[in-house]
Design a protein around this ligand. Structure first.
Ligand code: PLP
Length: 486
């Protein structure tokens, strides 16, 4: 770990010191701390004074900036979001559903989608992604969407995440066709895909594939400041006025000009130098995958060759490094890369670590990662680590039964009980692995003994589980001594 100085009880001081050392960021934000704002942020931090327009009623400079963003992605209209994709998802879902209406959503959606369902008191219907041969959540299929829509003709909208946090992409074109046959809109949470469509090495953006509303976090995969995101309206199926109204509710009334200036710079960079930046980036990634393919013990996902019936397509910008086959857990690998090689990964799961890359990654960064992986690989080989097989967790999402709608369960009187005693109770709060922020348990879902076992394992493996306190207690609906399964 980096050396902490006494003055590091102050956040700004700690960040200042951190910025001076050589930890390499294989994580968000996508600017990789490599862009200069020649101005001091305080100098350009203003409010809606004369000459600088108003995000909530754009008529001049912000209107034209957002117009340029829509042209970049081929959208009908684009909105700057300064509360991240989160506020875009809340507004998108709210604008296409009636209070108490019905939504079809992928069960592996980010918690923001569940929060939208809670706020609109929606009845949720789930699409469960299959698991790929690599053990990650796969693509949502057009067939499963079609089937679910046939089962319930009152569904008002469909939302899925594509790409997922791991980079798994669904067949948006065919899904959009299936959704539009029912004359309802498709929302795509493309929070991890703001870099799509700039080069053929990467998938196309849903904005060009028929989705009606697309939300992208610029900060995750493009050189843009944290919290910056875009909401695109791509078709006439969406009421622009309603989207605007809900953004007015969910987004701050004091949008930061520093963040908006950062978005404008990012769009400009993509307009002017996007082609060359993405060409170089694709070449670096391609070289990395080629060289990493020769590791003996560790396994780096090979995005372009991987043909998996449960994965329509995969985003090569996300590098997944697994030690599963040689018995090295995700946390162990993550800690080793950080402590020995000063490489900060985006996240670890039970069996792999995830490195996030962007156009701002350097040759030196990829080289450092490769060297670290080769050295680690040799060490694993020498120590014959494959004799120790840690107990990996299987896919734990979607192993639950819904007993109450989210809005009903979250409002009910709750009590805290030991996780080990929770079998048959109904969850009164979310339990999420963070990252990726996908709820493992949603308020209103019944807690099974299998789920208790899996969650206990997650905590024991050091994964960040939100919703279980330090004493291994969770919130359940007070009156839920329903005990379906006991
Ligand atoms: C799939 C997905 N959607 C939405 C979000 C929310 O994005 P933001 O942090 O920009 O609000 C995240 C955040 O990690 C995410 O992973």
């Amino acid at each position: 770990m980096w050396k902490k100085y006494t003055e590091e009880i102050y956040l700004d001081k700690r960040l200042e010191n951190y910025a001076k050392n050589d930890y390499y960021p294989f994580h968000m934000p996508g600017h990789k701390r490599r862009l200069d704002f020649s101005l001091n942020p305080y100098e350009i931090d203003i409010t809606e004074i004369d000459g600088f327009d108003n995000l909530h009623k754009p008529e001049e400079i912000l209107k034209s900036a957002m117009r340029r963003a829509s042209l970049l992605y081929g959208a009908k209209r684009s909105f700057y979001l300064i509360n991240g994709s989160t506020c875009g998802i809340l507004a998108a879902v709210s604008s296409v559903t009636k209070p108490g209406g019905k939504i079809l959503m992928a069960r592996n959606c980010h918690k923001a989608v569940y929060h939208a369902a809670y706020l609109r008191r929606l009845k949720t219907f789930y699409l469960y992604p299959p698991v790929t041969s690599e053990g990650i959540q796969g693509s949502i299929t057009p067939r499963s969407v079609e089937k679910a829509l046939k089962r319930d003709p009152d569904i008002e909208a469909v939302i899925i995440s594509s790409p997922t946090y791991d980079g798994v992409v669904s067949d948006i074109k065919s899904i959009a066709e299936a959704v539009h046959r029912r004359n309802i809109p498709l929302i795509v949470d493309e929070a991890h895909g703001a870099h799509f469509g700039f080069h053929s090495y990467f998938p196309k953006s849903s904005a060009s594939l028929g989705a009606d509303l697309v939300i992208q976090s610029m900060h995750k995969t493009l050189p843009s400041l944290t919290q910056t995101a875009l909401l695109h309206i791509c078709t006439d199926r969406v009421d622009e006025e309603k989207v605007s109204r809900f953004l007015g509710i969910y987004e701050t009334s004091s949008p930061s000009y520093v963040l908006m200036a950062g978005m404008d710079r990012c769009v400009r960079l993509m307009e002017q130098r996007g082609k060359i930046l993405f060409q170089n980036y694709a070449a670096k990634l391609s070289d990395f995958y080629c060289r990493a393919g020769k590791l003996n013990c560790l396994k780096v996902s090979a995005p372009l060759e991987s043909k998996d019936e449960n994965c329509f397509c995969i985003d090569p910008s996300k590098i997944r490094i697994s030690g599963k086959e040689c018995g090295v857990g995700g946390k162990k690998l993550y800690d080793l890369l950080l402590e020995r090689y000063r490489l900060q990964m985006e996240m670890y799961s039970a069996s792999y670590v995830l490195a996030m890359t962007s156009v701002m990654d350097t040759d030196g960064g990829f080289e450092r990662l490769l060297n670290a992986l080769y050295e680690t690989d040799r060490q694993i080989e020498k120590e014959n680590c494959n004799l120790i097989q840690p107990d990996f967790i299987e896919d734990i999402y979607g192993k639950t039964e819904k007993r109450l709608e989210i809005s009903d369960a979250w409002e009910k009187e709750k009590k805290s009980i030991a996780l080990s005693d929770a079998c048959g109770f109904i969850a009164a709060d979310f339990i999420c692995l963070y990252p990726p922020g996908i709820p493992v348990l949603v308020p209103g879902e019944e807690i099974s003994s299998d789920m208790i076992g899996q969650l206990t394992k997650c905590v024991q493996m050091g994964l960040n589980v939100q919703g279980i306190d330090g004493k291994m207690r969770i919130q359940v609906v007070n009156s839920s001594v329903i005990h379906y399964t006991k």
